[in-house]
Design a protein around this ligand. Structure first.
Ligand code: SIN
Length: 505
């Protein structure tokens, strides 16, 4: 197999976490690997809300951290939340300095939106719902201009290079259809989430947990994989992926109604439309299951201003035959974010030396069981930079290497998996469904090998089965109560032990 020796850091993934890591690793040389063209195939560019940070006069990092902890339903690491909140304002200013055109107040401050479960308006936004695209445009330009960074698009991660002691020294990638080994000082996985494992997702469908699955195959510790966030208001117009109707719309006063025109959220939570995301998602699921349907009604709150205030939502609705100025928007919950992932410290270090992770594929403990709205771009900016700086300091000795690779999952098998994940590891879960899902994953693995998406799906399903409680994004209809709060930290080897499966059942 061809081998490339890269003297610096490898970053896999070109969303906000990956590109921020690449910039921060300077002056170390960085090679960024991405299958998709820049600014495509990453959730960051699709983010609508913005970046949460305590920038207002009436705000403070301690308040932001407190809201983060509260939203995470007992599992947030409070020290990590405080670190994220403390570094938030500077992260936003850094993005602005790179050219991200945040909306401004008359006195030059950052205009901020209110989103669910935030105690005050705290989300720095761009033209209503354009934050992700505008931030990624600015960061991409900076990356392309940076002399220490080389970007290789059309490069698909297929494996990790590991020595006998477990250290990661590089990756195996497919470039132009051919496998290539690339060795490096350190590898940062910034491969995004697992939306593509679900039939209904708001994320690019190519995000199928490849980094998570490969890290698990190499023996990395995995944290909280059962915690998947379902965004309540994906626009239900039959598109895959489903376009998002940002929470900022509810922050502006849009309401949720069912097909009878009833404003139903007060029946589910005192904060009604501004309740935590998991509660709103389950309420919408319940209304739809009851046959009443669910709609986001922004006719009064936004109305004629839709095209200029929420251009992405407006375009998506019009493309689906809905005019949101005068019609309620049909909505459904969709897989949106993975709180769990490859366990890391606050500098992105995983349990495997030489392997770092940042952004959605990582789990620092900052999101607990339920991520606070608009903390994801912030997390990518803060922890991406920390991982980049730390990875640049690695200096491993050369060693004989083994390639840990995974086969590709055929398209038909992936579709089977997506249906099964939405059915059995979705908004509502129970033991029977999760056991059926694990059996489906076993069958797919027997037919196609341990493909990374199957490994990632197994982590979600097995840990969801083992967690016999309902907490945050993980709702078990057979175990609706909270147990004492404990994070899951596991390895693939542990979840594959049959004893654990039987214990959970
Ligand atoms: C949204 O705009 O509703 C999504 C923001 C987020 O996922 O944090």
């Amino acid at each position: 197999m061809a081998r490339i020796r890269h003297e610096g850091v490898l970053v896999v993934g070109a969303g906000l976490a990956g590109l921020t890591a690449a910039l921060a690793a300077a002056p170390a040389r960085v090679m960024v690997l991405t299958d998709a063209p820049l600014n495509q195939g990453c959730s960051s560019a699709w983010a609508q809300g913005g970046v949460a940070a305590a920038l207002g006069e009436d705000d403070a990092p301690a308040l932001h951290a407190a809201d983060t902890v509260e939203a995470g339903a007992g599992l947030v690491d409070a020290d990590v939340a405080r670190l994220l909140a403390d570094e938030g304002p500077e992260a936003v200013r850094r993005l602005a300095a790179l050219g991200a055109p945040f909306d401004r107040t008359a006195d030059g401050g950052f205009a901020q939106s209110l989103e669910a479960a935030h105690g005050r308006a705290r989300v720095a936004r761009v033209k209503g719902d354009q934050a992700g695209r505008a931030i990624m445009d600015a960061v991409t330009i900076a990356v392309l201009a940076a002399r220490h960074i080389e970007v290789r698009t059309g490069t698909k991660l297929t494996g990790l290079l590991q020595d006998a002691e477990g250290r990661i020294h590089g990756v195996v990638a497919r470039i132009g259809g051919r496998p290539v080994e690339i060795t490096a000082r350190a590898v940062i996985l910034a491969t995004g989430g697992i939306g593509g494992l679900y039939a209904v997702t708001t994320t690019p469908a190519e995000l199928q947990g490849d980094g998570l699955g490969l890290a698990a195959l190499a023996g990395a510790a995995i944290a909280d994989p059962e915690f998947v966030q379902f965004h309540p208001t994906a626009i239900d117009i039959g598109r895959d992926p489903a376009p998002l109707a940002t929470e900022a719309l509810r922050g502006e006063g849009a309401s949720l109604i069912n097909g009878d025109g009833e404003r139903f959220m007060a029946r589910y939570h005192p904060a009604a439309e501004m309740a935590p995301r998991d509660i709103v998602a389950r309420a919408i699921h319940a209304e739809r299951e009851a046959g009443r349907g669910a709609f986001l009604d922004a006719r009064t709150a936004v109305g004629a201003h839709f095209p200029e205030e929420f251009p992405a939502v407006y375009a998506a609705c019009m493309g689906g035959g809905i005019d949101p100025r005068v019609q309620p928007i049909p909505v459904a919950p969709a897989c949106h974010y993975h709180m769990g992932g490859i366990a890391t410290d606050t500098e992105g270090r995983t349990s495997l030396p030489g392997l770092f992770a940042a952004g959605e594929c990582a789990s620092t403990g900052v999101h607990g069981a339920n991520r606070l709205a608009s903390n994801s771009l912030l997390e990518a900016a803060v922890f991406g930079a920390r991982a980049g700086r730390a990875a640049a300091l690695e200096a491993p000795e050369p060693r004989p290497l083994t390639a840990i690779t995974a086969p590709e999952l055929p398209a038909a098998a992936l579709q089977t998996l997506r249906q099964a994940m939405s059915r059995d590891a979705g908004v509502i879960r129970d033991a029977a469904g999760l056991a059926r899902l694990l059996a489906e994953i076993d069958a797919l693995e027997a037919a196609h090998g341990r493909a990374a998406p199957l490994v990632a799906a197994r982590l979600v399903a097995a840990c969801a089965l083992a967690r016999r409680e309902s907490r945050g994004g993980h709702y078990r209809q057979d175990f609706t109560e909270l147990q004492s709060p404990t994070r899951t930290v596991t390895t693939l080897g542990q979840i594959e032990r049959p004893s654990l499966r039987f214990a959970a059942e």
